[in-house]
Design a protein around this ligand. Structure first.
Ligand code: NAD
Ligand code: MG
Length: 331
């Protein structure tokens, strides 16, 4: 069983006297910056001229500089930009300021794993990747809790990279929940696979196909929405809390029997073979190559698919139903 590390395993004092530049102030950026600040770590924020986040970061009491100035001033440069913009910003504004002894940090290994960013050998390269959206990372911290995180060391010329990464994880609240060590390759490949095969890709298609099946058979779309979309969260909450067994304890025997006999009719050996193909595309760089090319072209296919799915009937039914759920407005 892999080891989890907690608050007592990490020394926040290692960040004393160091300045951390948080590059990007989006989902992860704002959470890391504010949690570190509340942990008494010196934080500055690096943003591009004209970024809408500048006023937000300033209003949150943070010093905002250009990416280049923040990178020059900081001992630790934490890259929290969208993955597809990291290489360009790194090449132009971060790399020139990476002097010996600095730390370069990430929250996802994509650019390092696929060789888009190639840091010089004399800087530590680390990853601290919270396993949750930035807003949860901030919210849990403010409530005295934390979101579990992965950490990884890619380069360690200082010999201290591991302790430093653990200190950073403590500063954002990760060690309150527990942090797990990995490497850039494993984190990147499992993260991409999870979001493609199960979490985002797999689940979205499963929901749409279920909804369409009911509606095409003549059932009311509102009921199809409840059965195939709304209740997903209720089931997943049970799984997260107690695994498949606890979920099956809570559902009716009818539902449990149907689960065992019909689930395997849908997710077959063929589905698993396809999952292996998805994983192979991730491992050999095919997915990364396609994503980079798509971004360079201005994301034409992505925009088309985004629009197509935004117009799916389940989205229209969902919108009107959700607007009638008084409880959702407070959730
Ligand atoms: P985001 O899209 O929420 O925000 C990125 C911020 O970068 C923007 O708010 C903006 O301030 C800035 N930015 C955007 N375009 C820019 C450009 N061209 N030049 C300079 N700055 C620009 O990003 P995010 O979701 O927080 O992701 C940041 C990193 O964290 C990624 O590596 C991602 O994989 C990783 N990560 C995200 C999550 C998550 O839940 N969102 C979870 C774990 C790891
Ligand atoms: Mg992920």
């Amino acid at each position: 069983m892999a080891q989890l590390f907690y608050d007592s395993d990490a020394d926040l004092g290692l960040l004393n006297g160091k300045t951390i530049a948080i590059i990007g102030y989006g989902s992860q950026g704002h959470a890391h910056a504010l949690n570190l600040k509340d942990s008494d770590v010196k934080v500055i924020v690096g943003l591009y001229n004209g970024s809408r986040s500048i006023n937000k970061a300033k209003a949150d009491g943070l010093e905002v500089l250009s990416v280049a100035d923040a990178s020059a001033k900081a001992d630790w440069i934490m890259v929290l930009l969208p993955d597809e913009f990291q290489k360009e910003v790194y090449d132009k504004e971060i790399a020139p300021h990476l002097s010996t002894g600095k730390v370069l940090g990430f929250a996802h290994g994509f650019n390092i794993r696929f060789g888009l960013i190639k840091p010089p050998a004399d800087v530590d390269v680390v990853m601290i990747a919270p396993k949750g959206p930035g807003h949860t990372v901030r919210w849990e911290y403010q409530n005295g809790q934390g979101v579990p995180a992965l950490f990884a060391i890619e380069q360690n010329p200082s010999g201290n990279a591991r302790s430093l990464a653990m200190a950073y994880a403590k500063g954002i609240g990760g060690t309150r929940a527990g942090i797990l060590e990995t490497n850039f390759r494993e984190e990147t490949e499992t993260d991409l696979f999870g979001e493609q095969a199960v979490l985002c890709g797999g689940l979205s298609e499963l929901i749409k196909a279920g909804f369409e099946t009911l509606v095409e058979a003549g059932y009311q779309p509102e009921l199809a929405y409840f059965e195939c979309m709304h209740e997903v969260k209720l089931i997943v909450d049970l799984m997260v809390k107690g695994g498949l067994t606890a979920m099956r304890d809570s559902i009716s025997n009818t539902a449990e029997y149907g689960d065992y006999v019909s689930g395997p009719r849908l997710i077959t050996a063929d589905t698993k073979a396809k999952m292996k193909m998805v994983l192979a595309d991730i491992q050999d760089g095919t997915f990364a190559k396609n994503f980079v090319a798509e971004c360079e072209a201005g994301k034409p296919k992505m925009k088309k698919m985004r629009n197509r799915d935004a117009q799916h009937p389940i989205e229209n039914v969902g919108k009107s139903l959700r607007s009638m759920f008084s409880w959702l407005k407070h959730a």
